[in-house]
Ligand binder design. Structure first.
Ligand SMILES: Cc1ncc(COP(=O)(O)O)c(C=O)c1O
Length: 466
């Protein structure tokens, strides 16, 4: 055993003690990962060793899978020049990777010699981006704050809810992820991000996200499932009237797509009891679900949280949109960030939005999402391992099961399918151990969709024939 694999062995042993997050998906220390890394060329393996040598190791990012040399549109390229259609992109790539318009806007902004604005000053790109977001988002969201990252945007949303309602408890969803940091991890539903940190922010209650395929009662009737999930919320509201906010993704990351009835009822509960409804659209904003914002499928929240693709896939940026009536916190700081009005990030954000708009990527997401889901449903007819296909726009999940009756998660199979797809240039992420998630850049083509379907069909055939 080489030194490198001894190191990986230690990491694996640590994993055994602290299981990696179920919701965050595929694991980076399995035999399949080892075999995959061994199949890479010597130069790549050298850089992987260097990476493992210098970075502080942490779950979900060590050891990494491969080394990238460049990205373009929906594609990523490794050091050996192999091209992959990336179906994950961490959600930053709605306008495509290395988007030329975004890059040009950032360069132009640098050439303007206005890359940063100290506090107490503003700049035109930041004002223009705020104005553009207000125009683009559903009516009733008229005020903006920016910040460097999504976790901080979640903190801002909750700070506003607490300041305005004068209450402090929160309700959010098990298995969700809303970022790092004490407040964001407290509302997140994964113990992976809180274990060992001591007391988290108190008053953070959690309920289950409505799930029509996997629910504790084995039910399939949507209304019955909705009522049982809504009951969980009502029970908490009865006992904790001091709730400031209900926070969730309109469509979960897996994805699970709730009914319109569910979010309408939650909206009503919030209105009745003076509770903020906060939607985390850090993944789902900017066309991901076939509309500019996922809340357009449902209801208008009190705060809409954006991130990832807000930076045009080039720079980090995030922010919130909220209602005019909540512009009453002049005496408080709810998002006191150095890069609050960063002109470079704002220029990137504007160019990313313009690109999505100009090339009809929201419509492309809706249309190709339908096309891909249709193709996946056809694969489901051929392969009993596909238990469920769910999604909206280009936000799709394929739930692999050992048995359609028991719905036992096909974890080992999912990992093998993922590596078979990778060999064919399709870079998938597995979430919850067995769900293949597909969130490509919104600039993909029908040919790209056919590539995904073809590769997945072949991977499933190979896994079954092994
Ligand atoms: C839904 C959701 N919310 C919040 C975050 C946190 O964003 P960031 O990593 O920019 O802090 C993430 C990041 O993955 C996310 O997916």
């Amino acid at each position: 055993m080489t030194f490198r694999w001894a190191i990986f062995g230690i990491i694996k042993a640590i994993y055994m003690r602290t299981p990696p997050s179920k919701e965050q998906g595929d694991i980076n220390s399995t035999d399949e990962r080892r075999k995959y890394i061994e199949s890479l060329d010597a130069e790549t393996r050298h850089w992987l060793e260097e990476d493992a040598k210098y970075f502080l190791h942490q779950a979900l990012s060590t050891p990494v899978m491969n080394v990238l040399s460049r990205t373009e549109g929906p594609y990523i390229y490794d050091l050996a020049g192999k091209k992959y259609l990336d179906l994950h992109g961490n959600g930053v790539h709605n306008a495509g990777f290395s988007n030329p318009d975004v890059a040009a806007a950032v360069i132009a902004q640098l050439n303007e010699q206005l890359a940063f604005t100290p506090r107490r000053y503003t700049n035109l790109p930041a004002i223009r981006l705020a104005k553009r977001l207000i125009a683009l988002s559903p009516q009733g969201l008229d005020r903006v704050l920016f910040c460097p990252g999504g976790s901080e945007a979640i903190e801002m949303a909750l700070a506003i809810a607490k300041q305005i309602t004068g209450k402090w408890k929160t309700l959010s969803y098990w298995d969700s992820y809303h970022g790092n940091g004490f407040q964001a991890a407290s509302v997140g539903g994964e113990e992976h991000f809180t274990t060992g940190l001591g007391p988290m922010v108190p008053g953070a209650f959690h309920v289950e996200f409505p799930n029509y395929y996997r629910n504790p009662w084995g039910l399939t009737n949507e209304t019955e499932i909705d009522e049982l999930h809504l009951r969980q919320i009502r029970v908490i509201l009865q006992r904790h009237p001091d709730l400031a906010a209900i926070l969730g993704e309109p469509i979960s990351a897996t994805p699970v797509v709730p009914s319109a009835y569910y979010w309408n009822q939650v909206r009503e509960l919030c209105d009745r009891q003076g509770i903020f409804l906060i939607f985390d659209e850090i993944i789902e904003g900017f066309g991901r679900t076939g509309k500019w914002f996922a809340c357009e499928h449902y209801v208008v929240p009190d705060v809409l949280v954006l991130g990832k693709s807000l930076g045009g896939g080039v720079v980090p940026f995030a922010g919130i949109l909220t209602a005019e009536k909540y512009n009453v916190l002049q005496h408080r700081s709810v998002g006191h960030f150095t890069h609050e009005k960063n002109p470079l990030c704002s220029a990137a954000g504007l160019a990313g939005i313009d690109y999505i708009d100009k090339y009809g990527l929201v419509e492309n997401s809706a249309n190709l999402g339908e096309y891909l889901m249709q193709g996946l449903r056809e694969l489901q007819l051929r392969f009993p391992i596909i238990g469920n296909v769910a999604g909206k726009g280009l936000h799709i999940g394929v739930d692999l099961v050992k048995d359609r009756g028991t719905k036992e998660r096909a974890v080992a199979e999912a990992e093998r399918v993922m590596y078979h797809c990778l060999e064919q240039g399709i870079a998938l992420k597995v979430i919850e151990g067995n769900v293949l998630t597909m969130r490509p850049a919104l600039c993909i083509t029908r040919d790209d969709c056919d590539w995904i379907l073809d590769a997945l069909g072949k991977a499933l055939t190979e896994v079954f024939e092994d």
